[in-house]
Design a protein around this ligand. Structure first.
Ligand code: HEM
Length: 164
């Protein structure tokens, strides 16, 4: 609880959001940039090992951030900090934005481990294009797009709940 009576620790972006949410929205920007760079490296520079290492690191980091974030949300919640919250309950548009975001977030959390495990099992070591490319390229593209949409819808939710 801080001076304003909101539960949890204040964030650093100067909005109403709690600390873990500020960390997550900032981290997502980094994830999207590094992901784009990694796909560029594999597609245009054919740096397969670099791509493999970056993708596994992103997957592990993402899992760690999500676990910390979920613990914080379970402990402190976010609702009473949201814009227009009446008796600690945010208005409908904030919930709609959250549900749209969750569709992408949940599918991303499922898709990423699948893509990584399949790639580790089916690409040669060190990695290079193989029969598995026929599955990996479309599936991993979907996983990458899903991640970008998770970030974009997350930012919309953040804006509606903690900035607007
Ligand atoms: C969630 C994790 C991953 C994502 C999102 C991802 C994303 C991608 C994308 C989008 C491409 C296609 C680039 C293009 O348009 O040509 C690609 C290619 C490739 N990836 Fe991944 N990747 C992931 C994990 C991995 C892992 C763990 C490995 C190695 C074990 C790997 C090895 C490769 C290889 C060898 C290619 C080249 C395939 C070819 O051109 O035939 N990727 N990846």
């Amino acid at each position: 609880m801080n001076e304003s009576g909101y539960p949890g620790i204040d964030g650093f972006l100067g909005t109403r959001a709690p600390l873990m949410l500020d960390l997550l929205v900032t981290a997502m920007l980094g994830f999207v940039l590094v992901l784009g760079w990694s796909v560029y490296q594999v597609r245009y520079r054919r740096r397969f090992l670099l791509h493999k290492r970056v993708q596994i690191t992103l997957g592990v980091l993402l899992l760690a951030v999500i676990i910390l974030f979920e613990i914080d949300m379970q402990l402190h919640g976010w609702q009473s900090r949201a814009a227009g919250a009446v008796n600690g309950v945010p208005p409908a548009p904030v919930w709609y934005a959250l549900y749209v975001h969750l569709v992408f977030a949940v599918t991303t959390v499922v898709l990423w481990p699948v893509v990584i495990v399949l790639a580790l099992r089916n690409f040669p070591n060190p990695p290079r294009p193989a029969l598995h490319s026929r599955i990996h390229v479309p599936l991993a593209r979907a996983a990458a797009i899903d991640m970008v949409l998770t970030a974009a819808t997350g930012w919309v939710f953040y804006w509606l709940a903690f900035v607007a």
